[in-house]
Design a protein around this ligand. Structure first.
Ligand code: FAD
Length: 469
């Protein structure tokens, strides 16, 4: 559970001197110390993970201000927790006691959109959907589209190496980050990468920062690759009598060489939760609903081929959307899945296990067994085309026994994912939630090398302590 405690006298004194030092390089409105306000920055969306009490929240607007914050933090040896929109699902943006929360949301300018170089240059606080819309006006497309895209920031997307619905065709955030400006722990500014189409000079530090969960430096500017805007996508919905049959359809589609722009799965629990929340009229008798889409020049023809494969895998009904508006409604339903599952019992633990697509059916069967064993509701939505499942354990956080079972089932699902040749996290990151599991996935030598990298960038251990490992 989150731990928010009233500040002690000595804490207040330390906060006072920290605040005074910060105010030498930041305007007063950018330095927040009111405990009620700072407490509201303690958590990301994994609200059941441990979080400390921030001493100060800063909201810089310039690179120089971020450098100032890091210099003060280094001088006073105060931990710094970078934050975007705090939509993260692993506690990676959770505060630690006495830290400076460094919120980048006010650095939200799109600095450049260049259709010839097909890049955008942005500050970290730009909201994902705002960037998508802005580049769309130039006939361009920024593909990574987490379901939280209306609120999450590019800095947070880089911090967690976010994925999304269209990643089955277009890849994840890592594929689109060409270069970064990063403020290091001691306040120095480092530029990595490039704005060119190609470039292999030295180690790929850009890629290292993607997914580093704020533990290596503060991203203050990003050069992002763009694609030409594809035609509007058309979606098909296929109903299945079992999750295994839906997974079989996924395998047939991928094996057949098709390249859908989206291939998503919602199980019966998820479908019902979305209907309960938003009254969308999705078919509740189905055990699994598969959504497939194409953004090609003849999406109806591509959908017809994929629809036939779904039928061959046992689909009980295959319904192509009539137009772009109906397609968008189906996508909205999928995007609502996690929010809807949260409403089932008030709290969720969202697993993020990604397995080879060929093992997706085994994964879903296994999750069902885990739900039965622990007598819990576990809804599954999945970026099925990527093998990336979100088994979502629904529980009442006020019930200690149910909370214990939730945590045990959550861990058992990760163990199952590793057993099937998968990873504990396909896109949400390790954060606080999965840090005991990182070592199991990457092994002792991998962990040692990761720690050495952390020490090289952050010798005093000030950046986002207690996350990852
Ligand atoms: C309803 C819902 C649906 C979601 N769907 C998806 C999905 O489909 N795919 C997916 O991948 N995720 C999804 N997420 C998770 C979340 O939205 C993503 O992880 C997102 O990238 C987080 O962005 P944020 O701006 O909220 O970052 P935060 O949560 O604030 O931070 C995330 C991490 O990035 C670090 N960070 C933030 N800004 C910076 C910076 N400028 N420099 C250095 N480090 C920084 C933080 O320290 C933290 O470690 C979903 C979340 C919700 C609530």
């Amino acid at each position: 559970m989150s731990r928010i405690e009233a500040p002690r006298d000595e804490d207040t004194e330390t906060t006072g001197s920290l605040r005074d030092r910060l105010l030498t390089g930041l305007p007063a409105e950018a330095v927040l110390t009111d405990p009620d306000v700072t407490a509201s920055y303690a958590n990301d969306m994994a609200s059941f993970c441990d979080a400390g009490t921030p001493a100060v929240v800063v909201l810089p607007r310039t690179v120089e201000q971020v450098q100032h914050v890091m210099r003060v933090a280094t001088e006073l040896r105060v931990p710094v927790v970078p934050q975007g929109a705090r939509t993260g699902l692993s506690g990676a943006a959770n505060a630690s006691d006495g830290c400076v929360v460094l919120s980048l949301v006010k650095m939200d300018r799109i600095l450049e959109i260049n259709p010839v170089d097909r890049i955008a240059v942005v500050e970290p606080g730009v909201v994902n959907a705002a960037l998508s819309r802005a580049v769309g006006e130039h006939g361009l497309y920024y593909p990574p589209d987490p379901s939280s895209w209306e609120t999450c920031t590019i800095g947070g997307n880089i911090g967690t190496a976010s994925g999304g619905l269209c990643c089955v065709k277009y890849g994840v955030t890592a594929e689109y980050v060409l270069g970064l400006d990063v403020v290091l722990a001691d306040g120095r500014l480092m530029s990595t990468g490039r704005r060119t189409a190609k470039g292999v000079a030295g180690y790929d530090l850009t890629r290292l920062f993607v997914g580093s969960e704020g533990s290596l430096g503060i991203v203050v500017r990003a050069v992002l690759a763009l694609k030409p805007q594809p035609p509007a996508q058309l979606v098909l919905a296929a109903e299945f009598a079992s999750a295994r049959a839906a997974c079989d359809a996924v395998c047939r589609i991928m094996e057949g060489g098709h390249v859908p722009s989206l291939l998503e799965l919602m199980d019966r629990t998820t479908v019902k939760a979305v209907n309960d929340l938003a009254h969308m009229g999705l078919p509740e008798t189905t055990e699994a609903l598969l959504l497939a889409a194409f953004d090609t020049h003849d999406p109806a023809a591509d959908l017809a081929l994929v629809g036939a494969l779904c039928e061959a895998a046992g689909a009980t009904q295959v319904v192509p959307a009539e137009d772009a508006a109906e397609s968008e409604l189906l996508l909205q339903a999928r995007r609502l899945s996690l929010t809807a599952l949260e409403a089932v019992k008030g709290t969720t633990m969202i697993d993020d296990v990604c397995v080879p697509r060929s093992r997706l059916g085994d994964m879903l069967d296994g999750i069902e067994r885990v739900a039965e064993k622990y007598a819990l509701t576990i809804g599954v939505c999945a970026h099925a085309g990527d093998g990336n499942t979100h088994p979502t354990v629904c529980f009442d956080a006020a019930d200690p026994d149910e909370s214990r079972r939730a945590r045990e089932s959550f861990d058992e699902i990760m163990a199952l994912g590793l057993e099937l040749g998968g990873t504990i996290t396909g896109e949400h990151g390790v954060g606080v939630l999965k840090k005991e599991w990182l070592a199991r996935e990457i092994g002792p030598v991998g962990l040692e090398m990761q720690r050495a990298i952390k020490t090289a960038f952050d010798p005093l251990g000030l950046l986002n302590p207690g996350k990852l490992f």
